[in-house]
Design a protein around this ligand. Structure first.
Ligand code: FAD
Ligand code: DHB
Length: 389
């Protein structure tokens, strides 16, 4: 097979890029290791910044998001029994949209089907070849057959555990990593959300987050030790721990019910540099991940896709390679700002097993400062709604 751009990974990054390029007449083949049902069964991001939403519209996939997504002009932080509201609209002139990653992935798959885009599921043993050559190629196994795709560019959008980043030689790739000593236990339930705003709660027993997908679907998280298994947590144990970490008046009105999804995600900060090797370009979680606090992961993938989309369009439509040449540097500049914000918010809101009294007092003071300073709130709002691409 032959294509212009071979995209590895059918998560939001890969799908979005293939859809945007298709609309510009650029041919892509997208390879996904899992079945579509599996990809659509994963519950992940819920908060989209306006830049991501704009890309969805440009990809002609924004209608349902605009109809069903909820605009949030603020979020709350609970600490010491008090709830503080951070007004995004007032401090940044912008807002975020609550719309599940599952839903937007479904919208992107439907658009790819409508436009007869080539999306191949259940590919095994994907390998990248000749990345430094003018024409690289990608192979995968389909039963007993090895299928080869010749292309101009390979996009590695295959998430943190994908094969693309691992295809860059060790002496070229620099990795920066911080692993946190806890994870998030997440529960999705068909219950009325406890609050119309998201609530990030700091508590000595550990962090908690009250989020939502709609007015009848709640998404809650609690910080748990890395040693916990999801089987250790019955629904009852989850709800009572969540309530203990929230101010009493919220806990009193919390609606509980059976979980429809329950999983534990470890927290990690990670960046791989450079994001380009020859004709391979990394995008999204394949190149960097953040702890979920602050909802930056998918939103950072969006800026990679935005830069690649423009760089590839400039290459194919205008013969201009400046965007491709500058991609890694430009993408990494924004990636690191999202790393900083996610690390800071994670450090502020979580309980660290090895923290000393000094660290806890600093967290208290940081919290006091944040909610006594309009400038500090403006800085948080600017990052939360998304820095410019
Ligand atoms: P992925 O979604 O990981 O997609 C990569 C795809 O590549 C997968 O479908 C995978 O099956 C496929 N693949 C892997 N290996 C191969 C291979 N060898 N060959 C072919 N295909 C392969 N972000 C936010 O912005 N806001 C939030 O509110 C938010 N909340 C989160 C909550 C949780 C609990 C978690 C875990 C994450 C959250 N994130 C959030 C982060 C967000 O989900 C990710 O950043 C996002 O999924 C990245 O998209 P991606 O397409 O780059 O990678
Ligand atoms: C969600 C996840 C986050 O990491 C976050 O900061 C906000 C919301 C969510 O899944 O709803």
């Amino acid at each position: 097979m032959k294509t212009q751009v071979c995209i590895i990974g059918g998560g939001p990054s890969g799908l979005m890029l293939s859809q945007l390029l298709h609309l510009k007449g650029i041919d892509t083949i997208l390879l996904e290791r899992q079945s579509r049902e599996y990809v659509l069964g994963r519950i992940r991001a819920g908060v989209l910044e306006h830049g991501f939403a704009a890309l969805m519209r440009e990809a002609q996939c924004g209608d349902r998001m605009d109809r069903e997504g909820e605009i949030h002009n603020a979020f709350c932080v609970a600490s010491g029994g008090e709830v503080h509201r951070l007004d995004l609209q007032k401090h940044s002139g912008n807002s975020v949209i609550v719309y599940g990653q599952t839903e937007l992935t479904r919208d992107l798959y439907e658009a790819r089907d409508r436009m007869k885009g080539t999306v191949i599921h259940n590919v095994e043993d994907v390998k990248l070849h000749d990345l430094k050559a003018e024409k690289p190629n990608v192979t995968y196994r389909d039963g007993d057959n090895i299928v080869r795709i010749d292309c101009d560019y390979v996009i590695g959008a295959d998430g943190f555990h994908g094969v693309s980043r691992k295809s860059i030689p060790g002496d070229v790739l620099r990795e920066y990593e911080k692993v946190y000593p806890f994870g998030w236990l997440g529960v999705l339930s068909r219950t009325k959300p406890v609050s119309p705003d998201l609530i990030y709660a700091r508590h000595e027993r550990g962090f908690a987050l009250c989020s939502l997908r709609s007015q009848v679907l709640s998404r809650y998280y609690i910080q748990v030790p890395l040693t916990d298994d999801v089987e250790d947590w019955s629904d009852d144990a989850f709800w009572s721990e969540l309530k203990r970490r929230l101010p009493q008046d919220l806990a009193n009105v919390m609606e509980t019910g059976p979980s429809i999804e329950k999983s534990i995600a470890p927290l990690r900060s990670y960046v791989a540099e450079p994001m380009r090797y020859g004709n391979l370009f990394l995008a999204g979680d394949a190149a960097h991940i953040v702890p979920p606090t602050g909802a930056r992961g998918l939103n950072t993938a969006a800026s990679d896709i935005y830069y690649l989309y423009h760089a590839l369009t400039d290459h194919y439509l205008n013969g201009d390679d400046a965007g491709l040449e500058g991609y890694s540097e430009k993408a990494l500049a924004r990636v690191w700002k999202a790393q900083r914000f996610s690390w800071w918010l994670t450090s502020l809101l979580h309980t660290f097993p090895d923290s000393i009294d000094y660290d806890q007092r600093l967290q208290d003071i940081e919290m006091e400062y944040l909610f006594s300073s309009e400038a500090a709130q403006a800085a948080v709002a600017e990052n939360y709604v998304g820095l410019p691409f």
